[in-house]
Design a protein around this ligand. Structure first.
Ligand code: NI
Ligand code: MN
Length: 226
């Protein structure tokens, strides 16, 4: 599967002929100034929670592409009120068969409110299952034992996990999360964007090597095969 990193926790994965874009936060991110948000392709936009650093470019990209926005119920409802036409507002534990395969909303330990202060419900993660393979994006989350349930149900090719610490898991907890969900391949996100989440790259890669986990940290704008 082709994975493209757009900075912070924004990335896309090409799944069964569809481009799934996650948590678009591009125009306000100075580190992603090389990315043109108005050119990014998307068939689906998956949004983990309402915080500004995950939703900033959802409306404009959804309006341009006609992508379906998949989000927790309150987040989806807010986008509908903002004029997004195709919204699939789901809730935790719920799954759906889509054009790209199956998507399920998982629990995340974090918080969620919309940029204007509207209640954003509970934050989520996503398990995506497809004929191309399966993966998990935790969204902003702490390490939680619930992640072990994912391993019981789905064999993952890789997991996308925050590694920046402070607002979410740091590297050590992300490595444990990978173990909980049953994969040894992580793409790290949610780091470097703000001063408290600056990542010590060498230390992170070293920690991953120590436990035999592959930690991928693609450059902003880079595409990799996962
Ligand atoms: Ni957040
Ligand atoms: Mn965040």
């Amino acid at each position: 599967m082709k994975f493209t990193y757009y900075g912070h926790a924004c990335f896309s994965v090409d799944v069964a002929g569809n481009t799934l874009l996650f948590d678009p936060f591009i125009t306000p991110n100075p580190l992603a100034s090389s990315i043109e948000a108005d050119k990014i392709p998307a068939d689906y936009i998956l949004v983990s929670h309402g915080h500004a650093d995950h939703v900033a470019d959802v409306v404009s990209i959804a309006q341009r592409t006609g992508a379906t926005v998949i989000a927790p119920f309150e987040v989806g409802d807010w986008f509908e009120k903002k004029g997004v036409k195709n919204v699939q507002a789901m809730n935790h534990g719920g799954a759906d068969e889509t054009k790209f395969g199956r998507v399920k909303l998982t629990a995340a330990i974090h918080s969620s409110s919309m940029p204007d202060g509207t209640y954003g419900g509970n934050p989520c993660g996503f398990v995506v299952e497809s004929t191309d393979g399966n993966f998990y994006y935790s969204g902003d989350s702490a390490l939680t034992l619930d992640m072990k349930l994912i391993q019981e149900q789905t064999q993952l090719r890789f997991a996308v996990l925050p590694v920046g610490d402070f607002f979410t898991m740091g590297v050590d907890d992300a490595l444990r999360a990978a173990e909980f969900v049953g994969t040894n391949k992580i793409v790290g996100v949610h780091y470097d964007t703000f001063p408290p989440i600056k990542l010590d790259r060498d230390a992170a890669l070293k920690a991953a090597r120590r436990v035999g986990t592959e930690l991928l940290l693609p450059k902003i704008g880079e595409s990799i095969e996962v």
